[in-house]
Design a protein around this ligand. Structure first.
Ligand code: GLP
Length: 258
């Protein structure tokens, strides 16, 4: 796993935006896996600005979001479809975007169809991920099978509490979600994980330097051949090999840089 430590969230987002730009230059019709939550907001803002400046073209790209709350219609202000429209799709044209439908009346069938749509699109080229403070990716909570596919999950109380900030009260946070599985995520050709702040430091350390375990689903990314993690200083604070990661980055050959 490549670990890049940047000074702050802004620098992390700039580095991530450069990776998106390079991906789209190399393959304009890339299939992108997208994430929600607070982590990717600055990156999306940067992608919108780059598009407006003529520096990025997403118009041939297809996107698949990781997850969605069950029971929230696409129009719900706190659903992830609304989040994506507000942060990206209202400002930038993409060829096609997919998000699980929180109102489906056949969840297993809908999840299987979502997997099929990813396969039919040719698989995900670049998967963006945030990190839950409990080590989740997508909504794959601790205990998730590391081979799991898109399916229904029940949120942990920790995640309900963390996401309550977006709702009027914790009671309004849906308990159920649909999420790409860990196995689905591992099939992306490249994974890009972003994390900021002290609150993510434990999850980052478990992901990078802990054992591969379903108790920290992000640790499964140690099995991925092309995974980049970009963190700020606070999120990197519990990494034991910080100085080595910095050394690698400083000595990176020019052709490998985004
Ligand atoms: C949420 C999302 C994840 C996200 C994570 C971290 O529950 N389902 O995709 O990466 O938790 O959220 P945040 O970026 O707000 O810290």
């Amino acid at each position: 796993m490549e670990v890049i430590i940047k000074r702050d969230a802004q620098e992390v987002s700039l580095e991530a935006a450069a990776i998106f730009r390079r991906q789209l230059q190399e393959k304009p019709d890339s299939v992108l896996g997208l994430a929600t939550g607070s982590t990717p907001v600055a990156l999306y803002r940067r992608l919108v600005a780059m598009t407006q400046e003529g520096d990025l073209d997403l118009s041939h790209a297809t996107t698949f979001n990781l997850d969605e709350y069950v029971g929230l219609p696409g129009s719900h202000p706190h659903g992830y479809a609304a989040f994506m429209r507000q942060n990206l799709f209202d400002h930038v044209k993409v060829a096609r975007w997919w998000i699980p439908d929180g109102m489906t009346n056949d969840i297993p069938q809908h999840c299987a169809a979502y997997e099929q749509a990813i396969t039919d699109a040719g698989g995900i080229d670049l998967q963006l991920l945030g990190l839950g403070s409990d080590g989740h990716i997508g909504f794959n909570e601790p205990g998730s099978s590391l081979g799991s596919r898109t399916r229904l999950k029940t949120l942990t109380m920790q995640t309900v509490a963390a996401n309550a900030q977006y709702f009027a009260s914790p009671a309004e946070v849906p308990r159920h979600v649909m999420t790409m599985g860990v196995g689905t995520i591992l099939e992306a050709r490249r994974c890009l994980v972003l994390a900021f702040g002290e609150g993510k430091a434990k999850a980052v350390a478990a992901m990078v330097e802990g054992p591969v375990t379903a108790m920290a689903p992000a640790s499964a990314l140690q099995m991925h051949a092309v995974c980049t993690l970009i963190v700020d200083e606070a999120a990197a604070s519990l990494l034991q090999r910080k100085e080595y990661y910095r050394w690698i980055y400083e000595n990176k050959p020019a052709w490998q840089r985004a």
